[in-house]
Design a protein around this ligand. Structure first.
Ligand code: SAM
Length: 484
């Protein structure tokens, strides 16, 4: 078997030998300053006629950066990651929350508390009425974008159940609330089911590979449909065939050697680009957490915070246009450390239990059906305030997907430099909605000062004027949902 990014066979595009050779090449060159400088130069943003563009890096080049342990070059990588992040995402951070629908599962993933042999965890599946109550609670916090999560169980959670839930979520409008984008994180499925999800109006289809190492994958998923490595690894191709053009990749760090996973995820991105002409819309970087019946210390590939930060910076450099997501698995301190290095989306006020939002105050959290311990337990209001105090703009924008700017059309927007005229005012207008409808007085004060400053950074004068009018209409006339 030879490495072939254009092949539709998992073992060709995630080719084990190619990864081993890449790791060997990276190890050999990890102190090769000249090569590392050349790689950094290749990845740097360049001004072109079309706007600012970045070349990205191959999995081999990026693996050399990750292996390099020369402190001053690591600092250069961090500076470059910040520059790329700034060029395409500015200081905006998109906010979302997970919504757990069901923890029934027929798989036996050894790291996940939902595995079917876990008798400690009560099994629960939300009714449509409960979905509605969860959505009201999420809207009342200020969320506009959700990621729905579910175990895999064709009897308890068939695709029809997931579709019903999506319909319910989009139908709920409580006060000024609305969920405007539903991303979906459910098990690998068929082209036909992906088509149904597309028709239901989903945003991104997210599926974590967990590990790209086939042998480990099979050992870590000893039973259930998820055991099939090829079916799981080729899922994004089926999703794209079904018409979903925003797909989100991820690996669960801690299961396998991180350098192996890093090369694997970049090869997966190269494969999507080679076959479908568009790379991953997002990349997530979850790390294993303690959970019911799960002790993370039995997985001996855990990574420390510095390695984690370096992985994030190197992904940002290698795949410059992708969104990068970090969840509340990570602590406030860790999130603060990696935010500037390339993260563009974070969750806030999250509950990982089935039915964890409705009927609980910001301080209370049910633990019985929780998927994993949440490290960052602050409320959405606190996270939003914290981001603003750090100089970021929390954004509740969902405009691209609703304007049909998905797949390569979204990537094109990134490349032609229209982001500052589009995403920047959209972020500020959705932040203003949050401040007016949901924020505490302190958050509101900081936010309105920030908006007054940041609106001046919209380059196009006409656009800027229009955005200022819209902001005023949100505040004084109760209007909502403006977007460019
Ligand atoms: N059931 C779906 C599947 O199999 O892909 C996805 C839903 S699952 C709720 C979402 C993700 O949680 C998994 O893909 C896995 O990476 C992550 N996860 C599972 N156990 C975890 C743990 N103990 N700590 C952190 N993340 C975990």
């Amino acid at each position: 078997m030879a490495y072939d990014p254009k092949s539709l066979k998992a073992e060709d595009f995630i080719n084990h030998e190619e990864i081993l050779e890449t790791l060997e090449y990276a190890e050999k060159n990890k102190h090769n300053r000249e090569l590392i400088e050349q790689i950094l130069e290749k990845a740097a943003p360049k001004k072109t006629k079309r706007g600012v563009e970045c070349a990205g890096l191959s999995h081999r080049e990026a693996s050399v950066l990750l292996a390099c342990d020369i402190p001053e070059l690591t600092e250069k990588m961090y500076a470059l990651a910040r520059e790329i992040k700034e060029a395409f995402y500015g200081n905006r951070i998109v906010m979302f929350a997970p919504l757990y629908l069901s923890n029934y599962c027929v798989n036996k993933c050894v790291y996940c508390p939902y595995h079917y042999q876990n008798k400690e965890i009560p099994r629960k599946k939300l009714t449509q009425e409960e979905v509605k109550q969860e959505v009201i609670a999420l809207q009342d916090m200020g969320h506009k974008r959700l990621a729905i999560e579910s175990g895999e169980d064709p009897v308890n959670n068939p695709i029809e159940y997931i579709l019903d839930c999506i319909k319910t979520i989009y139908s709920v409008q409580h006060k000024n609330g609305a969920i405007r984008r539903v991303n979906v994180n459910i098990a690998a499925t068929t082209v036909e089911n992906y088509r149904k999800l597309k028709e239901a109006g989903i945003g991104t289809y997210i599926l974590f590979q967990e590990t790209y190492h086939k042998e480990s994958y099979e050992r870590l998923h000893p039973a259930g449909p998820k055991h099939n490595y090829a079916y799981h690894t080729e899922a994004m191709d089926r999703a794209m065939e079904g018409g979903i053009d925003d797909v989100g990749l991820g690996v669960l760090f801690g299961l396998e050697l991180y350098r192996y996973e890093f090369a694997g995820i970049l090869m997966h991105a190269e494969h999507l680009e080679a076959v479908h002409g568009v790379g991953p819309h997002t990349i997530s970087v979850p790390r294993i957490k303690r959970a019911s019946d799960i002790d993370p210390s039995v997985f001996d590939n855990g990574i420390d915070d510095d390695t984690f930060a370096k992985i994030i910076a190197c992904i940002r450099i290698a795949v410059p246009y992708t969104g990068m997501i970090i969840s509340t698995r990570e602590s406030e301190a860790c999130r603060a450390k990696v935010m500037g290095l390339g993260i563009s989306q974070i969750s806030g006020g999250s509950r990982t239990s089935v039915g964890g939002y409705a009927g609980y105050t910001a301080e209370e959290r049910p633990h019985d059906t929780e998927q994993f311990d949440v490290s960052d337990q602050r409320s959405l209001d606190e996270v939003v305030r914290w981001l603003m105090e750090k100089g970021y703009i929390p954004s509740f924008c969902t405009a691209c997907y609703r304007e049909g700017r998905t797949g390569d059309r979204f990537m094109a927007l990134c490349k032609v430099g229209q982001i500052q005229n589009c995403c920047h005012p959209n972020a500020l207008m959705t932040l203003q909605e949050f401040l007016t409808d949901y924020a505490s007085p302190e958050t509101k004060k900081i936010g309105e000062e920030l908006i007054a400053r940041e609106i001046l950074n919209v380059p196009d004068e006409k656009r800027r004027q229009r955005a200022i009018e819209y902001l005023d209409e949100i505040k004084t006339q109760g209007k909502r949902d403006f977007r460019f």
